[in-house]
Design a protein around this ligand. Structure first.
Ligand SMILES: NC(=O)c1ccc[n+]([C@@H]2O[C@H](COP(=O)([O-])OP(=O)(O)OC[C@H]3O[C@@H](n4cnc5c(N)ncnc54)[C@H](OP(=O)(O)O)[C@@H]3O)[C@@H](O)[C@H]2O)c1
Length: 338
């Protein structure tokens, strides 16, 4: 009895006697485990964003202290890491930034697999494999019976994640020109885990409406609005990637330099990192596709907002330090705002 009271207090476990369905929510606020994970990630990057802002204002003796160097090593990557003084032992954890394609290849395989499972459930009335069904149950609290009817939002989310990963993989392999920039080993491992979690989140999202009828009959305005935003946001990101690659490719079509130049053209006239802005818009579009009122996906958007805001701020500061003629009206991340 004591154990059952304890479980109820810590996990908010409730028992529905009719269906014997166990809902596992995280604490008294009713947050599901998947929501709690994204909340922790969002708060961590929000703290990192402010940690960096505060660290910049510290006297120089504190800026070189071990803790700050370690912190900066974990939040910086690529060009923003280049001029940052680090001890040699920290360089032992560097891995090449050109390995970014590993993230999208992982995401492509994983999301392809999850999409195949969902289609199998939706079209052929099969069940999710036991290990996956168990994981969904732990993270979202939905029983196997509830998982039997995949929502059109889930399948659309998976399709969009798949197409996003495919485009990014193609850009990494065929468009972008990488220098010898590095990322921390932990950032690399986090990146791989991130894309596994993201694909899994599509299966765990909270739903406002129950799936009923064939997939196509479940389509609503939010799905159309989400796709309508996803396409221009993806085009913006692609255009930004092409413009960045163009800074290193000469008229002959050959790579002429691996240095970092001042970006020009397109939305780079408005912000230093239009590709990060596009990333945020892509996740907003996914949130619309998830049903527009999914707490889970708005927490994912919050995480992307803080994560990309931090990366954009570091990049913007790097450009301002490097180019004395850097346009003053250009913002870091969101035009005319920040
Ligand atoms: N959802 C997430 O959590 C998340 C996290 C991180 C990134 N992303 C997304 O992944 C994409 C790539 O991000 P990223 O941080 O790698 O972008 P990035 O640092 O701007 O790099 C993109 C490409 O452009 C090159 N480049 C960057 N600045 C340049 C300059 N001034 N001159 C010439 N070439 C330059 C880079 O080469 P080098 O860096 O090799 O020199 C790389 O090949 C973005 O769209 C971002 O939104 C998403």
């Amino acid at each position: 009895m004591y154990i059952s009271v304890l479980r109820r207090a810590v996990f908010g476990v409730t028992q529905n006697n009719n269906t014997a369905v166990q809902k596992m929510t995280w604490n008294a606020y009713g947050l599901r485990l998947i929501d709690f994970v994204w909340l922790v990630l969002s708060v961590s990057f929000f703290a990192a964003l402010w940690g960096h802002k505060i660290a910049k204002r510290l006297p120089s003796k504190y800026q070189t202290c071990c803790l700050n160097v370690l912190f900066q090593d974990l939040v910086r990557y690529g060009k923003t890491k280049q001029n940052f003084k680090r001890n040699d032992w920290l360089r032992a954890f560097d891995v090449p930034k050109r390995w970014f394609w590993h993230f999208y290849a992982t995401s492509l395989v994983w999301n392809g697999l999850l999409l195949a499972f969902s289609l199998n459930v939706a079209l052929r009335q099969h069940l999710y494999p036991k290990w996956l069904s168990g994981l969904i149950n732990v993270f979202s609290g939905s029983s196997q019976a509830e998982q039997q009817d995949p929502h059109v939002s889930t399948v659309l989310l998976q399709l969009l994640l798949l197409s996003h990963s495919l485009r990014r993989l193609a850009e990494c392999l065929c468009v972008s020109v990488f220098s010898d920039g590095v990322i921390h080993l932990l950032q690399y491992v986090f990146g791989l885990a991130y894309y596994l979690l993201l694909g899994f989140t599509a299966l765990c999202s909270d739903r406002q409406t129950k799936a009923s009828g064939p997939l196509l009959s479940q389509l609503e305005w939010c799905h159309v609005a989400g796709i309508a935003l996803f396409i221009p946001a993806s085009l913006l990101q692609h255009q930004s990637m092409v413009l960045l690659a163009g800074l290193r490719i000469g008229k002959s079509g050959r790579v002429e330099t691996l240095t970092h130049r001042m970006p020009k053209g397109g939305c780079f006239e408005l912000v230093s990192c239009p590709h990060y802005l596009a990333e945020l818009l892509i996740y907003v579009s996914l949130s619309l596709v998830a049903g527009s009122l999914s707490l889970t996906w708005w927490l994912v958007v919050l995480y992307v907002l803080f994560n990309q805001a931090l990366a954009a701020l570091l990049c913007h500061e790097h450009y301002i330090d490097k180019y004395p003629s850097y346009p003053a009206r250009r913002k870091a991340f969101i035009p005319f705002v920040m």
